[in-house]
Design a protein around this ligand. Structure first.
Ligand SMILES: [Fe+2]
Length: 350
């Protein structure tokens, strides 16, 4: 189980950045170590990029933000900039791009990394950009795990069982203000800022995430669909339910005469310590992804701003596949309400 930090702050100074960068690369290469070149190059789902595209994109992002923006170098391969620009190339179209195939991409990754090592030796530039690059690679590792799951190539353990319930099923959170979002110092994504006071009425929130067993009751009673990837077999009923859409989670909550928590309720409960099991499955909230009051895009609009007001729903908490470095009580993830490929479950509020 992950133990998300209460605040999002870089761990260690410059000295810790290169080891962290190398650690994320070890993880990346380990994830695809058992995957054939053919499976790296192909499109497993139009919702996802080919895995080899993710690999090249990780390196291109590092070259752009670490080597160029923080290190002052020109791009190593300017000819690849457009191919790996996530905003210019929708996932569904990436299979037809001239991205570096599995046979070539590792060479490019290592060439960029060698530039990064040189830059970080005696580095006195913007550490936040390096941190951004480290976390970006971790975040793509989770995306790649989703693709591996769809491709039937997942070798990871998945989430842990939800502990048997002791005590009340729901936790009461008192009315009152709390500070939402990340502080102005240290590393945080732009969408977590600025920190601002939110005053909420009292509410109750499930102490634990909804389980597979809970979901089976819903299926039996309401004829609801089985989650993605079950394929007619039922996982351990004690596991948190995973691969359900926002639409399905909302329907389940109605079945229990409850609702999804708002994003603010989720964060207040998490920062009061009222939630258990953070870091097993992402948790859908009822809130549409949007800016906090006073939001400023940083360092680029395409990380968050272009997704605001487009019908995306916020997910919180992080999953078993999310790096400890990325997961925090303040971190905001988002996806469309019909999507099920994310390692997402939920808990209810009332
Ligand atoms: Fe990316």
């Amino acid at each position: 189980m992950h133990s998300p930090t209460t605040e999002t702050a870089p761990r260690g100074g410059v000295g810790g950045l290169l080891p962290a960068l190398e650690e994320s690369r070890q993880r990346t290469l380990a994830l695809v170590g058992h995957v054939s070149d053919q499976d790296l190059d192909r499109v497993h789902s139009t919702l996802m990029s080919p895995l080899a595209w993710d690999l090249g994109h990780i390196a291109a992002f590092e070259d752009l933000w670490l080597c160029r923006a923080a290190g002052g170098l020109d791009l190593l391969r300017p000819d690849l900039a457009l191919v790996y620009d996530a905003d210019e190339t929708p996932r569904a179209d990436r299979g037809s791009l001239e991205f570096l195939r599995a046979k070539e991409v590792r060479v490019y990754m290592e060439a960029v990394r060698e530039r990064s090592r040189t830059i970080l030796d005696g580095f006195d530039g913007d550490e936040a950009l390096v941190e951004l690059v480290i976390r970006h690679e971790h975040q793509h590792n989770e995306t790649m795990l989703q693709t591996l799951c769809i491709a039937g190539l997942l070798q990871e353990r998945g989430p842990s069982p939800v502990p048997a319930s002791i005590g009340p099923d729901m936790v009461a959170v008192e009315a009152g203000p709390f500070e939402m979002g990340s502080p102005g110092h240290g590393f945080a994504y732009d969408n977590e800022r600025p920190r601002h006071v939110v005053d909420l009425p009292d509410f109750e929130i499930d102490r634990l995430p909804v389980t597979v067993g809970d979901w089976i009751e819903f299926m039996d009673a309401e004829g609801a669909d089985e989650p993605l990837h079950w394929n007619g077999t039922t996982p351990d009923p004690r596991l948190p339910v995973m691969h359900v859409s926002w639409d399905e989670a909302t329907a389940y909550a109605g079945f229990r005469d409850k609702r999804l928590p708002t994003e603010a309720e989720w964060e207040k409960a998490a920062t009061c310590g009222a939630l258990e099991m953070v870091g097993e499955v992402w948790e859908w909230t009822s809130t549409e992804f949007g800016p906090y009051p006073g939001f400023r895009a940083h360092p680029y609009r395409e990380y968050s701003e272009v997704f605001f007001g487009e019908g995306y729903r916020v997910l919180r908490g992080g999953s078993w596949a999310t790096s400890d470095r990325v997961a925090s009580n303040r971190f905001r993830n988002w996806d469309l309400p019909e999507r099920r490929q994310i390692f997402a479950g939920f808990r209810c509020a009332a």
